[in-house]
Design a protein around this ligand. Structure first.
Ligand code: MG
Length: 279
């Protein structure tokens, strides 16, 4: 056999051996998986799983995202629903009807005063939300008139967006506040012109026959700092009102506020969350 013939054959043989070894490793890994855990341990409440039950479904493997820098947004995790990637607002619409009328350029969307709030076309329930915003610079206005916008969870519950850097306002209207309900634990604002982040875990309210069964809860990290921890919402947020649950819905769109200030947004994504259960 010539050298020309056996060299390719050798390569094919090596590839086949490699594939066989990989398959064996996979089988071995599965066998190892089956052997983990215990079945002689107490049952967890719910009656389906033992403590340390090895047969319990393994959590899905995902690729985590990366952190953003001032220069560029990070990468969302692999199982996120990306709502705005800096290119267009096709996942959004105006609450007045029709396409979202905000400006998109250089990887961000900017509020156009008078264009109105925008909301996602898709609705969400329990969720993890990530978004980034940047306040206008140089700053203009005082108190609530400086860099005001907002993130409305399922369209009804506002986490305030404001330029509260060297800007005093009423505490339950500050950045990181559940508007009109809870001030943030701290003022974690960056100066205007710098990108800031919100990471929000939201549990929707549940209703039964039109009555509130369980309230909404929200946890908020601003720039990596916890500013709300499992805060129990009193109801739909609003200006100069005591909140009550008016919107009796357990899902809705994400809505961003046009308060007349040129706030910019980028890197918006959500992950739908399940609930922990042993059933
Ligand atoms: Mg606002």
């Amino acid at each position: 056999m010539s050298k020309k013939t056996w060299v390719p054959l050798l390569v094919v043989f090596a590839v086949m051996v490699g594939a066989a070894l990989l398959a064996l490793r996979s089988v071995a890994a599965q066998e190892h998986h089956a052997a983990v855990g215990y079945e002689d341990t107490p049952m967890l409440p719910g009656g389906k799983w033992h403590v340390h039950d090895g047969k319990r479904p393994q959590p899905k493997v995902i690729t985590p995202g990366t952190c953003s820098s001032q220069q560029s947004p990070g990468q969302p995790p692999s199982d996120a629903t990306v709502l705005f990637d800096g290119k267009d607002l096709s996942n959004w619409e105006s609450i007045k009807g029709g396409p979202a009328g905000w400006k998109v350029e250089d990887g961000y969307a900017e509020v156009v005063a008078g264009a109105g709030d925008i909301r996602t076309r898709q609705e969400f329930g329990d969720m993890q939300l990530h978004l980034e915003w940047r306040e206008p610079t140089p700053p203009k206005g005082e108190s609530q008139e400086r860099g005001n916008s907002g993130v409305f969870l399922i369209g009804a519950y506002e986490i305030q967006v404001l330029d509260a850097y060297n800007n005093i306002t009423y505490p339950d209207g500050q950045t990181g506040a559940v508007y009109g309900q809870y001030p943030p634990f701290v003022n974690a604002c960056r100066p205007p012109g710098e990108w800031q982040t919100y990471d929000i875990i939201f549990t929707v309210p549940r209703f039964q026959n039109g009555e509130l069964k369980t309230p909404a809860y929200v946890t908020v990290l601003q720039n990596g700092v916890a500013v709300q921890n499992h805060s129990k919402l009193l109801g739909d947020t609003g200006h100069r009102i005591l909140a009550t649950y008016v919107t009796k819905a357990s899902q809705g769109p994400l809505r961003l506020q046009d308060h007349g200030n040129k706030v910019r947004y980028r890197n918006i994504w959500v992950r739908t969350l399940g609930s922990n259960s042993n059933e």
